[in-house]
Design a protein around this ligand. Structure first.
Ligand code: NAD
Length: 258
């Protein structure tokens, strides 16, 4: 119950799905959790429920594509809590379209949220983590199996998640060589049953049939659940992973193994 005891964690996209599960788990494991999102009602409710269960959590509005907002949020956390130990760059969107069907507008929107905002979050985290006392921290960037393999109906998403994989390694090398005591890793989930994937299911016209199809294609016989991913994020965020950086944690029910 104390794997991130006393640490201060910022989790973007914390109002639902993987970010919500990660926030609840971090709070159970002793962290002070700051959830941010654009879904203010849902985010505030998650934070309230964490507090009601005895955890430490607050919710802040943050559009992760807004550079100035990043500085405000990070500086605000340091002003209130004294430090920032963990940043989980989790907020993301999906557009269900092949390369032929993707508009430039959609390509840019997906990449602004899934890729550029991860850059902003990583850079802002480093800015404060490198100089705090004691210095250091853990940055966890949520990529996807779509950062490892192609998926024909996720062209813009593939591009954004592939970028996160190698950007993470570049940042990890830089902060290691600079001696900042910061680690940067990426996580690569396969289809996990969150609102994002339920939306993809609805696009097929039959959500339950989509769930069953996902169960059939994953060697472990089911799609992921948010907690399957949250446990991996917790490991990378915690001191248990103190010699882990620039790595890619694949949590995918075995789908990319074959
Ligand atoms: P979700 O849609 O359920 O939740 C994503 C959250 O991000 C939402 O609360 C949304 O409001 C928030 N968000 C979107 N744009 C934002 C912005 N500009 N600023 C702030 N918040 C914003 O999705 P999820 O399944 O929980 O996905 C979380 C992350 O995991 C995403 O990066 C996603 O690409 C990644 N991922 C998900 C799966 C999956 O199968 N669910 C698989 C691989 C990777």
């Amino acid at each position: 119950m104390e794997r991130v005891q006393g640490k201060v964690a910022l989790i973007t996209g914390g109002a639902r799905g993987l970010g919500e599960a990660t926030g609840r788990l971090f709070a159970q494991e002793g962290a002070t959790v700051v959830l941010t999102d654009v879904l203010d009602g849902d985010g505030a409710t998650v934070a309230e429920e964490i507090r009601a269960a005895g955890g430490k959590a607050t919710y802040l509005h943050q559009d992760t594509t807004d550079e100035a907002a990043w500085t405000e949020v990070v500086d605000g956390i340091v002003a209130e809590h004294g430090r920032l130990d963990i940043v989980v760059n989790n907020a993301g969107i999906v557009v269900d379209a092949t390369v032929e069907d993707t508009t430039l507008e959609d390509f840019r929107r997906v990449n602004a949220i899934n890729n550029e905002a991860v850059f902003l979050g990583t850079r802002e985290a480093i800015r404060v983590m490198k100089d705090q006392d004691p210095k250091g921290g853990s940055i966890v960037n949520i990529s996807s199996i779509a950062g490892l393999v192609g998926i024909e109906n996720l062209a813009a998403y593939n591009a954004s998640k592939g970028a996160v994989r190698l950007f993470t390694k570049s940042a990890a090398l830089h902060v290691a060589k600079a001696g900042y005591k910061i680690r940067v890793n990426s996580v690569h989930p396969s289809y996990t049953w969150t609102p994002m994937v339920q939306f993809l299911g609805d696009n097929t016209g039959d959500r339950q049939a989509f769930f069953e199809a996902l169960s059939a294609v994953h060697p472990l016989g089911r799609p992921g659940e948010p907690m399957d991913i949250a446990w991996g994020v917790l490991y990378l965020a915690s001191d248990e992973a103190s010699w882990v950086t620039g790595s890619e944690l694949v949590i995918d029910g075995g789908i990319t193994a074959g």
